[in-house]
Ligand binder design. Sequence first.
Ligand SMILES: Nc1ncnc2c1ncn2[C@@H]1O[C@H](COP(=O)(O)OP(=O)(O)O)[C@@H](O)[C@H]1O
Ligand SMILES: [Mg+2]
Length: 348
Amino acid sequence: MTNQPLVEIQSLSKSYGDVVALDDVSLSINENEFFALLGPSGCGKTTLLRVIAGFEEPDSGAVLLSGSNLLSLPPHKRPINLMFQSYALFPHLSVERNIAYGLQREKLPKEEIRARVDEVLGTVGLRDKAKSRPAQLSGGQRQRVALARAIVKRPRLLLLDEPLSALDRKVRAEMQLELKRLQHEVGITFVVVTHDQEEAMSMADRIAVMSLGQVLQIDTPIGMYQRPSSVFVADFIGTSNMFAGVAAIGGVDVPNLGLLPGKEAVPAVMGPAYLMVRPEDIQIVEGAGLLTGTVLETQFFGGASTIAVLVPGHDSPIVLTCQGSANVTRGAIAQLSWPAEKAVVLSR
Ligand SMILES: Nc1ncnc2c1ncn2[C@@H]1O[C@H](COP(=O)(O)OP(=O)(O)O)[C@@H](O)[C@H]1O
Ligand SMILES: [Mg+2]
């Protein structure tokens, strides 16, 4: 088969006493993919990685690697590397010896070790730090050493558990780009765990959103953003305006506000529903809009602005964004509109 996924996870479940850490999780990860597991703390992300790596045994389910059973292999026989949340570098070893450690344990020839360590130091841009100790490096550099140590063994699958969580904001943004570049360059399949939706959106080819041990949705970042399949996903990914009502033909019938237009869900949502509209899909229009409100405040963020509009009969202000500065001021009456196909009907 040519299009066989690299990893197939089939109905994995795992409980610790009363706590269900994984609840019938199924997903597949393609060769060379940058895959993100995204969800709030405690939803089972680390447990899933530990099962794949072999540090944890599931109660039921299967994991296949290139079509063959992975769970029967002990951890060290799996062509997989798990990079921990804390980098766990050896403080007394130099950068190059930290990276060489795993290869030495495999008893590879000295020359090969030297060549591979040098190559990977080049890949992560740390050749000039080869002789330094971890304590002499910045957080971002330590992160690179940990990455180098993980990829030097040339695993088929690299699992990264919250790899950037110890870094400050600016270094994090740099390392997000760096991780993506690195994944392209080394051609290893990456599975990155994060609880940060922006991080997942900016790096991953596809994302699985998890909650309470279950996978709620698997999609590309854009697909997930534009077509969330549940309120949880819509809320977790990006900002959204939610209108609670009852599903109707052409949208959602909202108390006090009437029928608000939206794209019909497939399969159709019946009964209690939300209409979800993203801030950038709402416009202030001349003439009659779908809703009328009063501008509560505007905020300017350099390239774009956020406008909050209070609509009588709706509890929370409606948030919209526009390019550049807002062309309305506080207190102005605003007519709001959006294209029906941009609004998503979700069951409630
Ligand atoms: N070794 C363990 N013993 C008992 N409970 C655990 C253990 N590992 C994880 N859990 C529980 O399983 C759930 C999922 O944990 P985890 O996979 O670490 O979540 P995440 O990585 O998404 O934060 C949590 O409720 C956690 O407390
Ligand atoms: Mg975790």
